[in-house]
Every structure is written in C-alpha cells, then in structure tokens.
Write a protein that binds this ligand. Sequence first.
Ligand SMILES: Cc1ncc(COP(=O)(O)O)c(C=O)c1O
Length: 369
Amino acid sequence: MHEHLTFMSQLLLNRVERGNQRKLKANDCRIDFFSNDYLGFAGDPAFQQLIWENVKRCPAQLTGSTGSRLISGTSRATSETEASIAREHGVESALLFTSGYTANLSLFSSLAQRGDTILVDEYIHRSVHDGCMLSMAQKWKFQHNDLCHLETLLKKAKGKCLVAVESLYSMEGDFAPLKELVSITERYGAALIIDEAHAFGVWGYGLATQHQLQNRVLATVVTYGKAMGLHGAAILTQQLTKDYLVNYAAPFIYTTAPGDLAAVSISLGYDHLKQNTTASACLQEIIKQFRNAALTTKSMAGSPIQVIEHYSLQQLEELQTALAAEGMATYLVKAPSVKAGSERIRVCLHAFNSEREVALLTSIIKHYL
Ligand SMILES: Cc1ncc(COP(=O)(O)O)c(C=O)c1O
C-alpha cells in the first residue's frame, strides 16, 4: 500500500514540476470558447423542452436499463433509435454506445488481432490508441495527413490492415484528405475507419456523408456529446460488422446498457438538427470573423477548432489568464495531450458566440502574441 502511495505522489509531483498537472474545475465560464457545444444545442431551451416533454410522457426513461445489451438492456427505444440512425445516414446498421471513447475502444480492440496491422494518423484520438493496445495487433503511426508516409506503411503492413483517421482533428483543427484516403486504402485492400466526432452536426451528418464516402469505408464513428449537445456515440457500418461487434467487442458486451433517455434524446437530437439548419450557418459566420483577424494558426478555414501555437508555454499561460480576466474560457493544451513543445491554446467557436466576443478574443490574442 505504502509503495503505491509513494509512486503516485512522485508522479503527481513530476506533473507539478513540469507545469502540466491536470485539475478538475467546475465550468462557470461566462464566455465559452472551450466547449464542444458548437451549435449551442446543449444550452438551447427549445431542445431541452423537447426532451423534457418526452420525459414527462414517460418517466420510466429516467431510470436504468437493467442489464447489458445482450441480456436485458436492449429496449424497444434503443432498437428503434439504432434503426432510425441507420436510415438517416443511409447505412445498413448503427450501433449505439455510451461514448465515443467506448465506440473506438470496441472497434479497434475487436477488429484486429495479433499479426494484423493498424495504421493510425499520429494525431488520432487516445481512444483509438487504447483500442489498438487491447487488440494485440501491431500499431504504426503515419505522419499527420501524409499520404506518402501512409502508402509506405501500407506496403509493409502484415495481416489484415486497418487505417484510422479523424475527419476533423480535435487538437489541430484541420481536415483529413478523406477522398484520397479512401482511394489509397481501397488500392491496398485496407479498411478505413473515420472518426467524425468533431464534424458530425457541424457539417450535417459528417464529412464522409458530405463527400459520399460513407459506403466505401468499414465504419464511421459519430458522437453525440459535441455538436448534438447530448452524450453517447454510434458506429455506422454494414450489418455484418454490427453483428461481429455484438459478438466480439468486449467494451460493448460487458457493461450495463444506457437507459432509454439516452436513445430517445439522440432520436430527438436528430429531429432538432434537421429543424435547425441556421445554427451551422451562424457558426460558419463566426469562424469567418475569427479567420479574418488573420492570426497565425495552422487550423483550417471552416473549422470550429482554431489553435494558437508556436509560442512559449509561459506566453500561452499569460494569454489564457488575460482572456480569463475578460470572462473568456479557452483550453490550454499541454503535454502529454500534445507533444511537449507544441503546447497550444485551443479556441472552440460556437454558433452562439457574438461578434463582440470574437472581436475581443482576437484583439487580446493579437496584443499578447
Ligand atoms: C476525435 C475524438 N474521438 C472520440 C472522442 C471520444 O468521444 P466521447 O467524448 O463521446 O467519449 C473524442 C472526445 O474528445 C474525440 O475528440
């Protein structure tokens, strides 16, 4: 026991000394430039009312599912929501998860085995890395968005080969070249999996759908905790892959299923998304205003995630403090979430941010850097 406590204190002390200790803070920000609520759905009273009316009609949705999906946890509401998600996205099937983390963990831990190869973009989300680790397959990273490097690795890959990318990278704010990735993986007989966590909702049903690539990949993952303002995720795929995951994906099988409220809210979320097309247009206007300030960033036009880097950690900390003094909450991304030396301020833009807020934000950033 004593040994464990000493070990933990030492590791925590290391974080304090390096200035990258993680701490939980209640979210009491006035001006939100850090949440993933891109369309403002989480704080939308009309959306809240829609869910509330539903709960009032059927309070049983509020309590637990009573078991795992394969025992008592697959309710009619869950099956109907999965069927309607599949119809909406024009895919054979959808499988719901409590989070994007467990969706990725399920996919990568079960689809590859020892002797297989998983090629991941170097900036892929941690959930994919953890899934790869559980699979026992060989994992190689390719340089970010570098198709030549990916091709070199595809030539050397052994066994079945999976390739993992995000359509919009969460810590970079740039896009993957999806069309080229689909062509190259098809050429080498590898299976592409696209994580649409940050694109879903911002661009309709995601970028794979927009580019009509959904049915040329093995699976896409959409999450409901970001633009949809809820919680949970779905894997969109063929019926065969869904059947396989139901049989072999341990993070899906060995856990209590979410209650009906999750499934019903997601269904209502799709209705709300279809009725609120102006939110994504407002978001694009806000992004344009931010980009017009011509700050140095490698994030791309159109992305609601804009990162400010190439400055010392101390400068970034001073900037974040100055922004906070004006009530603006941003996220300072430190190692190990990103490589040491590439710390950055991650600005998330929203449909509900005002022109005045963005003007203040960009003027303070310009003043400090
Ligand atoms: C790219 C990406 N994939 C997956 C996830 C995990 O999704 P969730 O928050 O629903 O677990 C995140 C969350 O931050 C993400 O950014």
